[in-house]
Design a protein around this ligand. Structure first.
Ligand code: ZN
Length: 137
């Protein structure tokens, strides 16, 4: 199920553009190091663990757990119609963490909640990764 959120389409460059292009294809890319086999986020050209440049983009599995979160009740300009909404740190199955949103009500969201990847449109041709509780995609 596709969601629609308020948002601002970012101006991207370099590695960011590649990452956002993958999002438009419905893929969440993370960095995989071919030397030490670790994963990291946000993808760059160098492994954060061992500094190797032998890295490649990998598609995240899409499963994760909520590491922490906060609810926003007073939104910044442009997000007024979205409140309340949450900002969550999700730890992916691969062990990397990223900031996103979890689409659910306030009673459902908790640390340790199992979530899965989905996408939300913030413009007609631009989507960003979000998460939903597992089993509710
Ligand atoms: Zn490495």
């Amino acid at each position: 199920m596709s969601q629609t959120f308020s948002g601002v389409v970012p101006e991207t460059r370099g590695e960011e553009t590649i990452w956002f292009d993958q999002c438009q294809k419905g893929k969440l890319s993370i960095l995989k190091c071919l030397e030490c086999k670790s994963f990291s986020f946000f993808p760059t050209s160098v492994c954060r663990n061992c500094s190797s440049r032998a890295v490649e983009l990998a598609d995240a599995d899409g499963r994760g757990i909520v590491h922490t979160f906060s609810w926003v009740y007073r939104a910044p300009h442009g997000f007024e119609t979205s409140v309340p909404y949450n900002i969550a740190i999700v730890e992916l199955f691969e062990g990397v963490k990223l900031m996103s949103r979890v689409v659910c009500d306030e009673d459902t969201l908790r640390c340790g909640l199992e979530v899965q990847l989905s996408f939300a449109k913030i413009a007609p041709n631009f989507q960003v990764p979000i998460f939903v509780p597992s089993g509710k995609r």
